[in-house]
Design a protein. Structure first.
Length: 400
C-alpha cells in the first residue's frame, strides 16, 4: 500500500540510518519497480524526492548510487514539466494531489499554482544541477540552474502577496491570489528559494492570532473566517495541526536561521516549536503520531482509525540532528554544527554514533565540563578525535 506523498520525508529521515540498504531498495522500487520504469503512482502526489535524494547524498556520500539514479531523476523532472507546468511558468496542483484536501485556498478539483509544488520543483531543479556538476556535466547543470532561477523569479513575482507579506496560492480562476495565509507559504525556505527581503513572512509564525497555537503550528491562518470550517476527520487542511507540514516548516525554519540574516524568528522560537512538536506526539500516555491534531487540545482527531495510526508522514530524527543539534550536511569535507538550542535551556546534551561521510561523529555540549568530562562547551568529534570546539553554543566548523 505504498503512497508517494511522504516519500521526501522518508528519504530525509532515513538518511541517518547506518544501513543504507532500506532506502536504496525503496528508491529502486519507486523508480524502477514497474518493469524497470517508475511505479505509476510515483507522481500521483507532489514531491521533493530529487532534492531529498541529493540531501541524502550529503550525509552518506554514496556517489555511485546517486549517479546511477541520475537518468531516473532527469526523467522524473521532465515528466513533472510536461504534466504540471502552466503557461505562466509556475507549476500547478490539485489540493488533494498536494496531499492536502479541503484547503481554504482551493479545492479538490482546482488546478492552482501553489507555493508547495513550486518550492518542490525549485528544490528538485537545484538538486539536479548539483548532481550533474558532481557528474562533470556542467552544461546540463547550468540548464537546471536556470530552470531553478526561473521558478524562483516566478514564485516571488506571482505567489507573493505584498499586502499579507506572505507566499500564497494563486487561483487559476481569475488569476488572482487566494488571499489567505496557509502553512505552505513557509515551504519555499525548505529549499532556500526566497531572497532575503521575503523573510518578513516569518513574522506570522509566532503570532498566536495567525499560526502559533497551544499544540502546534496550524495549517492555515487562525484569524481567517474559514479557519476549520470544513468539518472534521476527512482530511481537512483548513487549520488543524499536521505533522507533515510541521516537519516541513521546522526544516524551513532551520534553513532560515542558518542561511539568512533576519530578525523575525530566533533559536528560542525553533526550540519552543520543536518542544511542542515533541510533546504533542502522545496518545493515551504513550508515544504516538497520527494524521492531524486539534490545535487547542492536542487531541489526535482520528484517534485509533487505521489510516491515522502511526502516520509515517513527517520527520523527527532529522529535525533533531540538523536543526536542534545543528549538524548541517555538506558536499565537502567541512563539518558545520550550529545548534538551535538556546544558551540557557540545557546544561548538556550529546548526539553520538552519527554516520556522516563514512565517519562516526559525536557532538557534545557540556556547560561545565563535568557531565561528559570531555571539556567545557561545545565540541565535535570525528572517530573519537576532536575536530572543533567553542566555549558557547555557537556555530563551529571542523574538518573530517
Amino acid at each position: 500500500n505504498l503512497i508517494a506523498s511522504g516519500l521526501g520525508h522518508h528519504i530525509y529521515e532515513s538518511r541517518w540510518l547506518h544501513d543504507k540498504t532500506y532506502m536504496d531498495n525503496n528508491l529502486h522500487v519507486w523508480y524502477r519497480g514497474n518493469e524497470g520504469k517508475p511505479l505509476k503512482k510515483l507522481r500521483f502526489y507532489s514531491s521533493w524526492n530529487i532534492d531529498a535524494i541529493w540531501n541524502r547524498y550529503l550525509v552518506n556520500a554514496d556517489k555511485s548510487f546517486l549517479l546511477n539514479m541520475l537518468p531516473d531523476l532527469k526523467d522524473d523532472f521532465k515528466a513533472w514539466e510536461q504534466e504540471k507546468k502552466g503557461a505562466n511558468g509556475l507549476y500547478w496542483q490539485y489540493d488533494v494531489r498536494d496531499a492536502m484536501e479541503e484547503t481554504i485556498s482551493g479545492g479538490r478539483k482546482e488546478k492552482n499554482p501553489r507555493p508547495s509544488i513550486n518550492g518542490y520543483m525549485f528544490g528538485n531543479a537545484t538538486a539536479l544541477s548539483s548532481i550533474l556538476k558532481l557528474n562533470n556535466d556542467n552544461d546540463a547543470a547550468a540548464m537546471y540552474s536556470r530552470k531553478a532561477d526561473s521558478i524562483k523569479q516566478k514564485a516571488q513575482s506571482l505567489l507573493w502577496n505584498p499586502a499579507h507579506r506572505f507566499f500564497e496560492v494563486r487561483k487559476e480562476q481569475g488569476d488572482t491570489l487566494a488571499n489567505v495565509k496557509e502553512e505552505i507559504g513557509f515551504i519555499p525556505w525548505y529549499f532556500n528559494l526566497p531572497d532575503s527581503q521575503y523573510s518578513i513572512a516569518w513574522q506570522s509564525l509566532m503570532d498566536t492570532k495567525t499560526f502559533c497555537a497551544p499544540f502546534g503550528i496550524t495549517t492555515a491562518d487562525r484569524s481567517h473566517p474559514q479557519f476549520r470550517t470544513h468539518g472534521c476527520c476527512n482530511c481537512e487542511w483548513d487549520g488543524a495541526v499536521w505533522p507533515f507540514a510541521t516537519a516541513q516548516t521546522l526544516t524551513a525554519m532551520a534553513n532560515l536561521l542558518n542561511n539568512y540574516k533576519q530578525d523575525f524568528v530566533a533559536d528560542s522560537n525553533y526550540f519552543s516549536l520543536f518542544n511542542t512538536y515533541v510533546e504533542s506526539q502522545y496518545y493515551r500516555g504513550r508515544p504516538y503520531i497520527g494524521e492531524y491534531l486539534d490545535e487547542k487540545t492536542g487531541y489526535w482527531l482520528k484517534g485509533d482509525q487505521e489510516r491515522s495510526r502511526y502516520y509515517n508522514h513527517s520527520t523527527f530524527n532529522d529535525l533533531i540532528i540538523t536543526g536542534l543539534v545543528g549538524l548541517r550536511p555538506r558536499a565537502d569535507n567541512v563539518i558545520e554544527v550550529n545548534p538551535l538550542v538556546p544558551q540557557d535551556k540545557w546544561d548538556w546534551f550529546c548526539l553520538d554514533n552519527v554516520l556522516y561521510h563514512g565517519k562516526i561523529l559525536t557532538i557534545i555540549w557540556d556547560k561545565t565540563g563535568l557531565k561528559y568530562k570531555k571539556g567545557k562547551g561545545l565540541s565535535v568529534w570525528v572517530n573519537g578525535k576532536k575536530a572543533g570546539s567553542a566555549v558557547e553554543l555557537t556555530r563551529i566548523m571542523g574538518k573530517l
